[in-house]
Design a protein around this ligand. Structure first.
Ligand SMILES: *Cc1c(COP(=O)(O)O)cnc(C)c1O
Length: 357
């Protein structure tokens, strides 16, 4: 039996996509081979990479002067790639709104002056600082943000309107939110949250910004090199890109990013409304900044939280344990989580409240 999987990542994928992958697993595109066995130089495979790129361009309305590349190493490797490709003057701004934002800032410090211009750790990252009131560093090479904070369940409502190129880690919300790509210098996202299995990271970058990586930048981390080689500079994470392509096709059939945004808002509202009206559960995020992808909540008792997680599991609602930095529970409700899954969670929460309040 399939469960409703609320894992923050790797996370649930659309059932239709899993079935399609299963159907063609032994014989991909009439080649008589699995997609995991075929050469990445084979025309049949190259078509997959190009399709994934084109669908990304179409679904996110990526301008032509931006590259779309698929790379390895997870979003964490991009924490280094960002300064290595962009930090020419040796200084950049970081807004620290969570654990991954902090890690990106710390990685930036390895390569230059990474200036922390905003920080919401004073209130356990339950809000996003006012981006209009921050002191941006003059001459900074870029401003780095984490648009959706996976662990703490916050998201930017408004993005900084800074002079320096805006660089955003969108790992846990890409393809669920309509964005104007032209307002960003670089967007990157590890796939295993809202797109595909782990192993591939998508990078969308304005080409004019990435022509002159630092001398010490490893070849593999040079976005320019990956772009010039159409994401096939070396052996790519072939299966993950193939899965990403299937998910993107599925997403387009379902109405694209606008439809995903609408569905995500609907699902998140159901859950937040229920939590806000219950006596037992509480979400501590400032409402304005609540994520529509990751919803943390607590009962106020560690013992009851643990009981919740274990009983939910027995009811086919899995991976609801919160991140160790926050405790309690977290429901990640990415694009592939059906509304029925969220409704089933709410029904379980009601029952648990009746029995334990
Ligand atoms: C999960 C996550 C990361 C880390 O991703 P890896 O692929 O494990 O390196 C970075 N940023 C955000 C926002 C994430 O959610």
């Amino acid at each position: 039996m399939r469960v409703y999987n609320f894992s923050a990542g790797p996370s649930t994928l659309p059932l239709e996509v899993l079935k399609k992958a299963q159907d063609e697993f032994l014989d991909f595109a009439g080649t008589g081979m699995s997609v995991t066995e075929i050469s990445h130089r084979d025309k049949a495979y190259e078509a997959v990479v190009r399709d994934a790129e084109n669908l990304t361009r179409e679904l996110l309305k990526v301008p032509d002067d931006y590259c779309v590349i698929f790379v390895q190493g997870g979003a964490s490797t991009q924490f280094a790639a960002v300064p290595l490709n962009l930090m020419h003057s040796g200084k950049a701004d970081y807004i620290v709104t969570g654990n991954f934002a902090k890690k990106a800032w710390q990685e930036g410090q390895l390569y230059g002056e990474a200036v922390k211009i905003g920080d919401s750790s004073d209130k356990v990252y339950t809000y996003i600082p006012d981006v209009d009131k921050l002191s941006y560093t003059e001459g900074a090479d870029y401003v780095h943000i984490t648009s959706n904070n996976t662990i703490f369940g916050t998201r930017y409502v408004k993005f900084p309107a800074c002079e320096a190129p805006l660089v955003a880690d969108m790992s846990s919300e890409i393809f669920s939110r309509e964005i104007d790509v032209s307002k960003f210098g670089v967007i990157y996202a590890g796939a295993q949250k809202n797109l595909a299995p782990a192993g591939v990271t998508i990078v969308i970058a304005k080409r004019s910004l990435i022509q002159d990586p630092l001398k010490i930048c490893p070849t593999m981390l040079r976005w320019k090199v990956q772009d010039e080689n159409g994401s096939l500079y070396n052996t790519p994470p072939a299966f993950s890109i193939y899965m990403a392509d299937l998910v993107l096709k599925n997403l387009k059939e379902k109405g694209g990013v606008a439809a995903m945004n609408e569905a995500a808002t609907y699902k998140a509202n159901l859950l937040y409304d229920f939590i806000d009206n219950s006596k037992l559960y509480k979400n501590n995020v400032v409402p304005e900044f609540r994520s529509i992808m990751n919803v943390p909540f607590v009962t106020g008792s560690d013992e009851l939280d643990a009981k919740f997680v274990s009983e939910a599991k027995k009811n086919g609602l899995v991976s609801l344990k919160g991140h160790r930095l926050v405790g309690g529970m977290r429901a990640s409700i990415y694009n592939a989580m059906p509304a029925e899954g969220v409704k089933a969670l709410i029904e379980f929460m009601k029952k648990f409240e009746r029995e334990n309040a």
